[in-house]
Design a protein around this ligand. Structure first.
Ligand code: SAM
Length: 408
């Protein structure tokens, strides 16, 4: 038997799970001649009929095809019979299966715990309607290096492409009812400006919004210089401006109204700084995807002995679990603070875990009464349980404490 030939029992399990009820997605990545070949298949609904959609990405060249169930079964055999080291991830409503085939042909299989998820079969047009396809984004994608010279999405940039698409989708859903003469967005920690430039074009060209201006802020001079060059090359320099600054030191020019703050993976407390600025500038919308966060890790690590928190000692001992729990707590505090300060706040997974493990987005829209007792009570209870003071609370100072003090 060929060393890459899959175990027959695994093949049979995968067939049954893909062709049976509750199938959500199968993704396999193989390296061929040192280059990645990725194939993903998922169910779609076309004209009321259930079909399968396969997306092949051959080192950046993307091809999408729809199949009947019979053709999909044949396609699945090809997936299962591929040779070489590979990773396969299968998702169904009852759980996930991961299969890794090493270079030596060793097959490592793991299965998630039993789940009960709803397998949504998305209509075909929803699958295809990507925000970056709603306007001519070819030049933009090439300029910022997401696509190669032929316009194909680079395999290494696939995750960023998905992140930008889904971030734009979230922006579109948030501002859909907006109708004004001008709209200014500040992208805090804009980095290489993938999102900043895409937002600028998407808001004006796809959503038809007037007076769009996007301001990218980053602490690094080289990053800002290259973002400015890209904006000029795309003739966006009037509407996409880039400022070299720490977020903390940046403020819009006198009389300039900021409508929205966005941040995508702004490191550590830079996310808090973006949220604090959004509060101070009295923006209408905030869409923020946090990145790594270290402050609570230290504080909670040290609070192992905290009375009450002792029940968590088994969890806190495991550094990965401690890190995840601290991330969740940090984002919970952020969401609660935004809610206390008058923002309707949702925490959503804005993109798949495959595109980025940091896929949590805080989606906030100003419009509820600030300082309500319910959110304040919840915040104080959680904060005091862990005996920590989240950095965002410290940063906001009296803006927040005047609400909290009434309940202390
Ligand atoms: C992980 S990158 C993300 C970049 C971009 N938003 C993206 O998703 O492609 C984070 C960026 O934030 C910048 N950054 C970190 N802390 C900052 C701060 N306090 N002020 C301004 N920029 C900051 C870094 O220089 C880096 O370019």
């Amino acid at each position: 038997m060929d060393r890459f030939e899959l175990d027959p029992a695994i093949k049979e399990e995968i067939r049954a799970r893909v062709l049976g009820e509750g199938f959500m997605k199968i993704v396999q990545t193989v390296r061929r001649g040192g280059k990645p070949f990725r194939i993903a298949m998922r169910p779609v609904e076309i004209g009321g009929e259930r079909k399968f959609q396969a997306e092949m990405n051959d080192d950046g060249r993307v091809m999408v095809k729809n199949f009947s169930i019979d053709a999909a079964a044949e396609g699945l055999e090809q997936i299962l019979n591929q040779r070489g080291a590979r990773d396969l991830h299968l998702m169904t409503s009852t759980g996930d299966l991961h299969l890794r085939v090493t270079k030596k042909g060793k097959q490592l299989v793991s299965r998630s715990a039993e789940m009960s998820r709803v397998a949504v079969v998305r209509p075909h047009d929803r699958v295809k309607k990507l925000p970056l396809n709603e306007f001519d984004s070819t030049a933009l994608l090439k300029a910022c290096g997401i696509a190669d010279g032929s316009g194909n999405i680079r395999a290494s940039m696939r995750g960023k492409y998905d992140q930008v698409n889904e971030f734009l989708r979230a922006v579109g859903e948030t501002v859909k009812s907006r109708d004004g003469e001008s709209f200014t967005v500040v992208d805090c920690g804009c980095g290489k400006a993938y999102l900043t430039l895409a937002l600028c074009s998407y808001l004006s060209e796809a959503l038809g919004m007037k007076g769009v201006k996007v301001i990218g802020v980053n602490i690094r001079a080289d990053v800002i210089e290259s973002a400015r060059k890209m904006a000029s090359r795309l003739d966006l320099q009037e509407r996409a401006v880039f400022i070299e600054s720490d977020i903390a030191s940046y403020n819009p020019e006198k009389g300039e109204r900021v409508n929205m703050v966005v941040s995508l993976h702004a490191c550590d407390t830079a996310t808090d700084e973006a949220l604090a600025k959004a509060v101070e500038w009295k923006v209408e919308y905030v869409l923020s995807v946090p990145c790594c966060q270290h402050e609570l890790h230290k504080a909670i690590g040290a609070s192992r002995g905290v009375e009450g928190a002792a029940v968590f000692s088994g969890l806190l001992r495991q550094s990965i679990l401690r890190e995840r729990m601290c991330d969740i707590l940090t984002d919970s505090f952020r969401a609660m603070i935004m809610r206390i300060l008058g923002f309707r706040t949702q925490v959503v997974e804005f993109v798949s875990y495959e595109a980025t493990a940091r896929n949590i987005m805080l989606r906030c829209e100003y419009g509820v009464k600030p300082g309500q007792s319910g959110p304040i009570g919840e915040y104080l209870a959680l904060r005091d349980y862990w005996k920590v003071v989240p950095w965002l609370e410290t940063r906001l100072g009296t803006v927040l404490s005047r609400h909290l003090e009434r309940y202390l």
